[in-house]
Structures are given as C-alpha cells and as structure tokens.
Design a protein around this ligand. Sequence first.
Ligand SMILES: [Zn+2]
Length: 84
Amino acid sequence: MILAENKYKTLVRAGEWKSPEDQKEILAMRVQVDEIKKKKESRSRRFEWKKKKKPSDLKEVKQVNDKKYHWCPRHALWTLHKPK
Ligand SMILES: [Zn+2]
C-alpha cells in the first residue's frame, strides 16, 4: 500500500511516465492511492470519538461495538486498557 504511494510519487517527480503505457499505469496507481487516502480518512473519522470524553460520559468506562473502553487520562483516549 505504501509502496504504491511511494512509487507513484517517485514516478511523478521524475517525470518518467511519458509513454501511453506508463500513463495507463500512473492512472491506475493514482486510483489506488486515492483509495488508500479514502480508507485512511474514513478510518480516522471512525476513531474520532475515542479522543473525546463528552460530558454525557459520566463513567470512565463505556461499551462500544461489544468492546469495553476505559477513559485513559494519560493517553487522553478511550482505550481497551484500564488507566493506571
Ligand atoms: Zn492509556
């Protein structure tokens, strides 16, 4: 995944994609890189809640998707481990 991203950047920077075949490859790679970016974004959005302790979170523990999360002040995150 990271390899595709790096190869894409290297090829673009070097301008080594002049032939139609290379352009086809670079296009395919760009789609791949976009997919990776989209995945990264949706993933970070999905875990956004872990960084916030809402006033409605009265307890330091809560259940999300069958998992028990503890509010860890040290990491300032909802985590699977108990704060010490
Ligand atoms: Zn922690």
